[in-house]
Design a protein around this ligand. Structure first.
Ligand SMILES: NC(=O)C1=CN([C@@H]2O[C@H](COP(=O)(O)OP(=O)(O)OC[C@H]3O[C@@H](n4cnc5c(N)ncnc54)[C@H](O)[C@@H]3O)[C@@H](O)[C@H]2O)C=CC1
Ligand SMILES: O=C(O)C1=N[C@H](C(=O)O)C[C@H](O)C1
Length: 269
């Protein structure tokens, strides 16, 4: 146990928190060093194994990050923007890497995370899967290769519980398309259309979001021109792809210089 990396999971009762507990349990290189939930959550002070519907496992759910992170290699955090922003300096102070999968951050949230990363290692990505990070690289390459008269549209679909749009992944894909084309995403983005919108403005990058049922996460990048369309697609059929990527990031972070990294760095893409 002691020669494996101690990993703390934040937001342990959530969809990703539960998946991370399973992925860490299956890993030969990591063990669960602690679990966190938000203050006031019904699981605080309870045994994690019992809360998950099984036998007691001796891991108590805490709402005290500073204490729980002592001695841990990393904390993996798929929660909410305010929670991740608040945790970042605490993780840095504890000497733990902070792996952030949380999406829906504002520019101010991102600036605060970048600020915290001056004191330690943060790995942050809107999507931790290998497949999506490859798709990001392909999107940049295709956008660079095509003339600007190929209209770029990013279409994403997620489950009914998702609270942010466009998804973090869609924004990564849009950013890659903008970089490939040599434009600013802030200037090119068109987010959703409704009513008399007028014809499509040349050079824009459109975003559309679908929400429904239990869709785990689907992303298309469409390059549409007169006479043809190219569509790059990723479909996640199991949340373990995100959790495995996050654990890989947590292990990769060991000994890295302070700074904010993305999954392209972790995966060597
Ligand atoms: N980057 C990636 O690969 C992925 C990112 N996500 C993102 O991760 C986030 C969470 O997604 P889900 O697990 O589906 O949501 P969820 O709603 O199922 O879980 C969120 C958990 O965070 C907890 N939480 C909220 N505030 C907290 C605090 N202050 N301290 C500790 N825990 C706190 C909640 O109680 C809940 O258990 C979302 O932003 C989602 O977009 C989800 C999947 C993959
Ligand atoms: O909320 C989710 O579920 C997901 N969120 C991430 C995003 O916003 O892109 C990644 C994945 O698609 C699942």
């Amino acid at each position: 146990m002691t020669d494996t990396a101690g990993i703390v999971v934040n937001g342990v009762s959530g969809r990703m928190g539960r998946m991370l507990v399973q992925v860490i349990a299956a890993s030969e290189r990591a063990h669960l060093a602690g679990v966190l939930e938000r203050p006031g959550h019904a699981w605080i002070g309870k045994d994690l194994g019992e809360m998950l519907g099984g036998a007691a496992n001796g891991v108590t759910v805490s709402d005290d990050p500073a204490t729980t992170l002592k001695g841990a290699q990393a904390v993996i955090d798929f929660t909410a923007p305010a929670a991740s922003v608040a945790l970042a300096p605490v993780a840095m102070q504890a000497g733990a890497a902070h792996v952030i999968g949380t999406t829906g951050m504002t520019k101010d949230d991102l600036a605060r995370i970048a600020d915290a990363a001056r004191d330690g290692v943060i790995v942050r990505a809107g999507n931790m899967s290998l497949g999506v990070n490859l798709l990001v690289a392909l999107t940049r390459q295709v956008a660079q290769a095509l003339d600007p008269d190929y209209d770029i549209e990013v279409i994403e679909a997620h489950h009914r519980h998702k609270v942010d749009a466009p998804s973090g992944t869609a924004l990564m894909l849009g950013q890659a398309a903008a970089e490939g084309r040599g434009v600013s995403l802030d200037e090119a983005a068109v987010r959703g259309r409704d009513g008399i919108t007028g014809p499509r403005q040349p050079g824009t990058i459109g975003f559309s979001a679908i929400r429904g049922g239990d869709i785990i996460g689907e992303h298309d990048v469409m390059f549409a021109a007169d006479g043809e369309r190219i569509i790059l697609r990723h479909v996640a059929s199991d949340r373990s792809v995100f959790a495995r990527g996050a654990l890989k990031a947590a292990l990769w972070a060991r000994g890295k210089p302070a700074g904010e990294y993305d999954m392209a760095a972790v995966l060597g893409l």
